[in-house]
Every structure is written in structure tokens, then in C-alpha cells.
Design a binder for this molecule. Structure first.
Ligand code: FES
Length: 151
């Protein structure tokens, strides 16, 4: 709060006022809402089934949803499910061991982190391309019939 004694003519426009517009908050929302939402009309029971199996693992996918030699990221559950060999399913955390970004895709036999380009093997989570140095930790999944759940 400074008052300049002499040099302020009365009635001058508020020249120093800075108007701060809402800049920047718009682009983020668009970027964050682009995730694939795979709810392909599966026959989900009304959620009232008496105890759905042991352990209460939530179904992630059908085995047919996971490509052989590939995998799929379930961002909400924080798990990547892969099928390195026919009929063999693995689960890994989605949290990259480099700096904690979420991995976002599976391609060409690897689980890919978009932040700095680390890649992890779909077979055992080992690093196939740095900068990450530690493997993606496994996450236990259960395959029951054609249904894959978190253990
Ligand atoms: S956080 Fe995944 S590569 Fe850096």
C-alpha cells in the first residue's frame, strides 16, 4: 500500500490493475478424460449374487479380452494383465518403477511407460528398455474359467 503523493492525477484509469483470466485449467480436463472405457456390454449380474467366489476378487476381464502375446491395462484397478503364452496370464502393477507414472499400454511384447519410455517384459515384468532399472512388481490375479480377477 503505497500512496504516491504528487504524481497521481485524479480520475485516471486504473492502469495498473491486472486481470487474471482463467488460463490453463481447460486443457487438462480434456487430456485426462481420454482413457478407453471398456464396458462392452458384458453380462454383468445385478451385483446381488451371493458371495461371488472366494476372496472377493473383482472380475477384471474375460480371458478372451487379453490378446495372446500382449496384454491390457486396467487403470482403475492399477493392474496390467498380460498373456505371454497361450493360456498363461500374468498381472503386474501399473506403477512404473522409474518415477511412478502409470504405464498406459502394451505393445510388441512390452508394457510401456509414456513418461520416459521405459519398457517392461509382459512375461515377467523385467526391464527391457531403461531408464527404469527395477522390474514391474507382479500383482496376483486369479483365472477361473474364462474370468480373470484380482486375487
Ligand atoms: S516414470 Fe516410467 S519411464 Fe519414467
Amino acid at each position: 500500500m503505497t500512496v504516491s503523493p504528487n504524481s497521481a492525477p485524479l480520475g485516471a484509469a486504473p492502469a495498473r490493475r491486472t486481470v487474471v483470466a482463467a488460463v490453463g485449467a481447460v486443457g487438462l480436463a480434456a487430456a485426462l478424460s481420454a482413457c478407453g472405457d471398456e464396458k462392452g456390454g458384458s453380462s454383468e449380474p445385478a451385483g446381488d449374487a451371493a458371495s461371488a467366489g472366494a476372496g472377493g476378487g473383482k472380475e477384471l476381464a474375460k480371458t478372451s479380452d487379453i490378446p495372446e502375446g500382449g496384454g491390457k491395462v486396467f487403470a482403475d484397478a492399477g493392474v496390467v494383465v498380460t498373456q505371454p503364452k497361450k493360456g498363461e496370464f500374468k498381472g503386474f502393477t501399473t506403477t512404473c518403477t522409474h518415477q511412478g507414472c502409470a504405464v498406459t499400454g502394451v505393445a510388441d511384447g512390452s508394457i510401456d511407460c509414456p513418461c520416459h519410455g521405459s519398457k517392461f517384459s509382459i512375461a515377467d515384468g523385467s526391464v527391457t528398455s531403461p531408464p527404469a532399472t527395477r522390474p514391474l512388481p507382479e500383482k496376483k490375479i486369479t483365472v477361473s474359467g474364462d474370468s480373470i480377477s484380482l486375487a
